[in-house]
Design a binder for this molecule. Structure first.
Ligand SMILES: Cc1cc2nc3c(=O)[nH]c(=O)nc-3n(C[C@H](O)[C@H](O)[C@H](O)COP(=O)(O)O)c2cc1C
Ligand SMILES: CCCCCCC(=O)C(=O)O
Length: 406
């Protein structure tokens, strides 16, 4: 296993510094034989976020961190989760606990997984491979973005035992899209996650100010090196290279018929990611989706859409058990995950927390993030009277405003 953490005994240096090649942070304080300083001093996702903020290059940090325009939904994703309270029950024998569940028929050890985030090699040289291996070590699902800096085939060989989903963007060129689907099938991915909320790209102010481009040593690994159009993110118009990329290559004319097209093309289950309304969830079911992934894309598309946790209840109600429902957006603690499970989500996915883990410590950092969340969820279950995921029921959470009505 490759790790990007280089262990050097450099007396007097304090902690993490930027790698000389600007490829990510290097740990320069602790000898290799010791448990890294990081894993003992960074004990929650917020610690990792703060550390990552100090060490990531501005272009990457802003891209990872940003939400759309005023970032009101970005804040709301978190605030809305905090508006739900846990109603703990006691004296229910929690001496033996399990977090095991299934996703699309596959057993996972924890009810949370890794959301697709683009361009992870900006955080650490091993990028998506490190993240996928960490997910495999904890026993959960890793979702690879179409816009990854590591290819479908590399992930299959670097993390062969990890349960892998492939997130699909539909390109105007349907031959390109079909080829991505066939490659994901051939490489043993278990589901396609079709992102429906990006016919156009969100306005992210920091990326515009930075004139975002991918560092020159990196490319979109699912497309051929030298294919300047699909493999590179450049800015020719002087704005964000991401917006230019999406405008020229992604298909903004998609309709529900295209979901039917995709269904005919693949034998893999299709999960629709980015659903925020009961209406679209029902159309998704009709189109044959096996899963609905409630998401506002980490608040990166339209500012002012509802926080994911609020949209979740409406969709759970509409779907009424006819398919699995997942959620992402603003989850960064075990208690957050517990609340979404109580509201009916089968899995909670995390995007940025894993990027902070990768930035601070590559695979070890990502694994630490997953272990922190696992420990926090286990603790929440024990202290709320839940020995298994099935015990986390709707009556275990209540919205804050309930108490002002009493
Ligand atoms: C840096 C970044 C890149 C992302 N790239 C993709 C992507 O390529 N495809 C996609 O469907 N969603 C993408 N997303 C959205 C995530 O899959 C997920 O919905 C979101 O990050 C969840 O919110 P969280 O970051 O608060 O956990 C991206 C999000 C971030 C932060
Ligand atoms: C260069 C195109 C990047 C688009 C995909 C990344 C993404 O979804 C994001 O939110 O950023």
């Amino acid at each position: 296993m490759r790790s990007h953490i280089r262990c050097e005994l450099t007396a007097g240096q304090s902690g993490l510094t930027q790698s000389p090649r600007g490829l990510g942070p290097l740990l320069t304080r602790e000898p290799c034989s010791k448990k890294s300083a990081m894993s003992s001093s960074l004990v929650c996702v917020q610690d990792y976020e703060e550390q990552a903020t100090k060490i990531l290059p501005r272009n990457a940090l802003d891209y990872y961190r940003s939400g759309a325009t005023r970032e009101i939904t970005l804040q709301e994703n978190k605030d809305a989760i905090k508006r739900w309270y846990i109603r703990p029950r006691f004296l229910r024998d929690v001496s033996k606990r399990s977090m095991q569940t299934t996703v699309l028929g596959h057993t996972v050890n924890v009810p949370f997984g890794v959301a697709p985030t683009a361009m992870q090699r900006m955080a650490t040289p091993d990028g998506e491979s490190a993240n996928a291996r960490a997910a495999g070590k904890i026993g959960t699902v890793f979702t690879l973005s179409t816009i990854a800096t590591t290819s479908i085939e590399e992930i299959a060989s670097e993390a062969p035992d990890t349960l892998r989903f492939f997130q699909l963007y539909i390109y105007k060129d349907r031959a390109v899209t079909a080829s991505l689907v066939k490659r994901a099938e051939a490489a043993g991915f278990s589901a396609l996650v079709l992102t429906v909320d990006a016919p156009h790209f969100g306005i992210r102010l920091a990326d515009l100010r930075n004139k975002f481009t991918l560092p020159p040593h990196l490319g979109m690994a699912n497309f051929q090196t030298g294919d300047e159009k699909s493999n590179r993110v450049n800015t020719s118009a002087g704005g964000s290279g991401i917006n230019e990329y999406v405008k020229s290559l992604f298909d903004p004319s998609l309709t529900w018929d295209d979901v039917a097209w995709l269904k005919r093309l693949t034998h893999l289950p299709i999960v629709l990611k980015g659903i925020l309304t009961a209406e679209d969830a029902l159309l998704g079911l009709k189109a044959g989706a096996t899963g609905i992934w409630v998401s506002n894309h980490g608040a990166r598309q339209v500012d002012g859409v509802p926080p994911s946790i609020e949209a979740l209840s409406e969709i759970i109600k509409a779907v009424d058990g006819r398919c699995e429902v997942y959620v992402d957006g603003g989850f960064s603690e075990g208690t957050d995950i517990f609340k979404a499970l109580a509201l009916g989500a089968r899995m909670v996915f995390l995007g940025r927390p894993l990027l902070w883990g990768l930035a601070c410590g590559g695979e070890e950092g990502a694994l630490n993030i997953l272990n922190i969340l696992k420990g926090e969820l286990d603790s929440t279950m024990a202290l709320s009277g839940c020995a298994s995921i099935n015990d986390i029921t709707k009556d275990m959470v209540i919205r804050k405003d309930h108490y002002s009505r009493l």
